[in-house]
Design a binder for this molecule. Structure first.
Ligand SMILES: CC(C)(COP(=O)(O)OP(=O)(O)OC[C@H]1O[C@@H](n2cnc3c(N)ncnc32)[C@H](O)[C@@H]1OP(=O)(O)O)[C@@H](O)C(=O)NCCC(=O)NCCS
Length: 198
């Protein structure tokens, strides 16, 4: 369970020192971490945005989902913690091995921070950590997409140097309304020129 100070919706964010906020990559998950991760995801979905779900799918489905993510070879699961408690996550998704033409590009997906832990800089830390991992593996481009309604995310990614290259007019459907999607990319390393020279 998040500590009481994390649940104060509407109160001004307290400054968070570096040792209280941490980002980890998970390769396995304890029951305690899984519980906190599911709780954070449920809260983000109820608040209006959470990796495709519009309503929480239920605890069993959510637990299976995150356990499944850890088994997918192309996925890396990153979590952010506040005072040790998981309050958000993001995934780095590598291209499938048959996609040779796009082998230089990875995707950042399913990022969220629980409403009770927002505005402390955790999403910025999480995004930078995902970028570091992608860069360290040699990826040159990081792609991501968001619903047009996710204005905090749009500001976050723009502030971190992501370029919006296109708008999908029929990206998602929420409460019967079709909404647009904004597609972003960021160059993690300079690309070779078209003629192959650096
Ligand atoms: C987007 C989200 C991850 C931001 O999490 P967060 O931890 O509160 O973000 P941070 O505190 O790291 O803020 C980093 C930057 O994001 C932007 N931002 C964050 N919250 C914002 C808000 N409410 N309004 C406008 N911009 C906001 C700002 O540019 C901010 O930088 P600043 O503090 O220097 O102004 C969170 O609001 C969320 O989970 N939203 C729902 C899910 C979602 O949209 N996921 C993204 C794509 S799937």
């Amino acid at each position: 369970m998040p500590s009481p100070e994390l649940t104060g919706y509407g109160t001004p964010p307290a400054p968070i020192s570096g040792d209280r906020a941490v980002v980890d990559r998970l390769t396995e998950i304890s029951d305690e971490d899984l519980n906190a991760l599911c709780e954070a995801a449920d809260a983000a979905i109820i608040d209006g945005g959470g990796f495709g779900w519009v309503t929480p799918p239920g605890r069993l489905a959510m637990e299976s989902y995150f356990r499944g993510v850890l088994l997918v070879p192309e996925r890396e699961l990153f979590v952010c913690r506040l005072d040790g408690v998981i309050v958000g996550s993001a995934q780095l998704v590598r291209p499938p091995r048959n996609n040779e033409a796009q082998a230089f590009a990875a995707t950042l997906m399913h990022a969220f921070v629980a409403p009770y832990a927002r505005s402390h800089g955790l999403a910025r830390m999480l995004t930078r950590r995902v970028e570091e991992s992608a860069r360290a593996q040699g990826y040159q481009v990081l792609n991501l997409d968001v619903r047009e309604t996710q204005s905090a995310a749009i500001r976050l990614y723009e502030s971190l140097g992501y370029e919006c290259w296109g708008i999908h007019p029929a990206y998602a459907r929420v409460a019967g309304a079709t909404i647009r999607g904004f597609h972003f990319y960021k160059l993690l390393k300079p690309l070779p020129r078209r003629d192959g020279r650096r």
